[in-house]
Design a protein around this ligand. Structure first.
Ligand code: OGA
Ligand code: MN
Length: 220
């Protein structure tokens, strides 16, 4: 199977950059091409059926924990080893370049993982990166669901930049197939509401190049 990779149109790329500059997040319905969404969904459902997904943890290394009260997700890292995975990585690359040109943020390394939430799954409010740690700078979540209905829940809840716990969310986004959410990893709190159907996504992050720093920070 070959998948032709059509990068997002320039108008979409500039809308993403403008949203990120204005308020730190952007929701883009139907950003991923339908055939790529379908191919990635088929691959993730096959992994899911073979129970080839690991339990997701929270935080890195020593802080890594599996806490069912916060998150109950099956994940598998993308390594480009299938045509669909490679097409997804190829699709993401012009987005990286465009955001770097528009926002001068030096996005460098990309990591992505498939994520399945079972019915009843959720993810409490969190940041994807601690401010200043510079490990993850830009988050991208792409949804692979087919015909998601309003009453199936599983919304991505996004708060304004650096919002406090008492602040109202900026948006509640249904995980519609092909939709993509971009968030500044260090400053946009977000959560996943309880899902009432099996929920399929790719969660991905760009890091800045750590090699200018005093230490080497290999991908882990
Ligand atoms: C994450 C995350 C959001 C989503 O994996 O860190 O916030 O909508 N995912 O799946
Ligand atoms: Mn997150």
């Amino acid at each position: 199977m070959t998948l032709a990779v059509t990068p997002p149109a320039d108008s979409r790329l500039s809308a993403i950059a403008a949203d990120l500059a204005a308020h730190g997040w952007s929701w883009q319905p139907n950003l991923l091409p339908d055939d790529l969404t379908a191919a990635l969904r088929a691959e993730l459902q096959a992994l899911d059926a073979r129970q080839d997904l690991e339990a997701a943890g929270i935080g890195r290394e020593a802080a890594f924990q599996r806490d069912g009260s916060v998150r109950r997700t099956g994940i598998a890292w993308l390594d480009g080893s299938s045509p669909a995975q490679q097409a997804f990585l190829d699709w993401a690359e012009p987005i990286r370049q465009s955001l770097n040109r528009a926002l001068m943020i030096g996005l460098f390394e990309f990591e992505a993982c498939f994520a399945v939430y079972p019915e009843g799954g959720f993810y409490d409010r969190h940041l994807d990166s601690f401010e200043g740690a510079r490990n993850r700078v830009m988050s991208l979540v792409v949804y692979l669901n087919e015909d998601w209905q309003d009453d199936q829940g599983g919304e991505l809840v996004v708060w304004p930049e650096r919002a406090g716990k008492a602040d109202s969310p900026a948006a509640r986004l249904l995980p519609l197939g092909g939709g993509a959410a971009f968030m500044l990893s260090e400053t946009i709190p977000h959560a996943v509401e309880v899902t009432h159907a099996r929920r399929y996504a790719i969660a991905a992050w760009w890091r800045v190049n750590p090699s200018g720093d005093r230490h080497v920070d290999p991908i882990s």
